[in-house]
Write a new protein. Structure first.
Length: 227
C-alpha cells in the first residue's frame, strides 16, 4: 500500500481559521539544557505547544457541537481508522456548494466521504476563507441518510461561513448529531482515486475535548481498489 499525506503542517503562529489564534510552539527543555540531567552524550528535547483544538487539519467530534455529545476520547476507532474512502471531486465545476446532485452517484454507506473541492489551493492566504467551498444542508442530510461514517473537506469549513444565515452551521449540526466525525482543512485529495483508498484521521484520546489536529492520511493499493 502507498501512503498519501493529507494533512497540513502545523507551524508556530500559523492561522488556520480567521479569528482563532495560531499555535505557540516552544521548547520546554532544549537539548542543551538537558545535558546537565543525563550522562555525557545523552540529551533530549521536550517541546511545548499551546493551541486551540481547531488548528491545522483537525477532526470534530459531536461534543464540538453538542454539550452532551461524544468527546474525542469516546469516538470509536471504527469511525476514525482504515475506512474505505469515496472521493467526491467538485473542483473546476464553478460552484462552491457540494449538494446532493454532486453526491448522488456515489455509494457512501460505511465509508469516509472526502470532498475534493480544491479549496486547499488557497491555504495560508486571506483567500482561503473567502467564498470557500462547502457542503449544503441537503447534502449533509443525504450523507446521514445514506450511512456515511465520516465526512472530510479540503476547505476552511464544511459549512458556508459566508452564507445568508450568519452563524448557521447545518452540516455540522446534522452530521455530528448522527455521530459522524468531520475532518476539515484536508489537503492533497487529488492524489487519491475515486474509490479504493483507506482513510485514517485519528486524534488523541483527550477527554472533554471536541476538536483536535489529526495526521490524516490514506493508504492506496498499488493495483486496483480494495473494498
Amino acid at each position: 500500500m502507498r501512503l498519501v499525506e493529507l494533512s497540513h503542517v502545523i507551524t508556530d503562529g500559523m492561522i488556520t481559521y480567521p479569528g482563532l489564534p495560531g499555535p505557540e510552539i516552544r521548547p520546554y527543555l532544549t537539548h542543551e539544557q538537558s545535558r546537565d540531567r543525563y550522562a555525557p552524550g545523552t540529551e533530549f528535547l521536550i517541546g511545548s505547544i499551546t493551541m486551540v483544538g481547531n488548528t491545522g487539519t483537525y477532526l470534530d467530534s459531536p461534543l464540538h457541537r453538542y454539550p452532551d455529545g461524544t468527546d474525542l476520547a469516546g469516538l470509536p476507532l471504527d469511525r476514525l481508522a482504515d475506512l474505505p474512502a469515496v472521493v467526491v471531486r467538485t473542483l473546476g465545476g464553478g460552484q462552491r456548494a457540494v449538494d446532493v446532485a454532486a453526491l448522488a452517484a456515489y455509494d457512501v454507506a460505511g465509508r469516509a466521504v472526502l470532498l475534493h473541492t480544491g479549496g486547499d489551493a488557497h491555504w495560508g492566504t486571506p483567500e482561503y476563507a473567502l467564498d470557500a467551498p462547502h457542503l449544503t444542508r441537503d447534502g449533509a442530510a443525504w450523507l446521514v441518510e445514506q450511512g456515511a461514517v465520516l465526512v472530510g473537506i479540503d476547505a476552511v469549513n464544511i459549512d458556508d461561513i459566508a452564507g445568508e444565515g450568519p452563524g448557521e452551521r447545518p452540516a455540522h449540526t446534522l452530521l455530528l448529531a448522527a455521530g459522524i466525525p468531520i475532518v476539515e482543512h484536508l489537503t492533497g485529495l487529488g492524489q487519491l482515486p475515486p474509490t479504493g483508498a483507506r482513510f485514517t484521521a485519528a486524534p488523541p484520546r483527550v477527554a472533554g475535548f471536541g476538536t483536535f489536529p489529526v495526521r490524516a492520511y490514506a493508504a492506496v493499493p498499488p493495483t486496483g481498489p480494495r473494498e
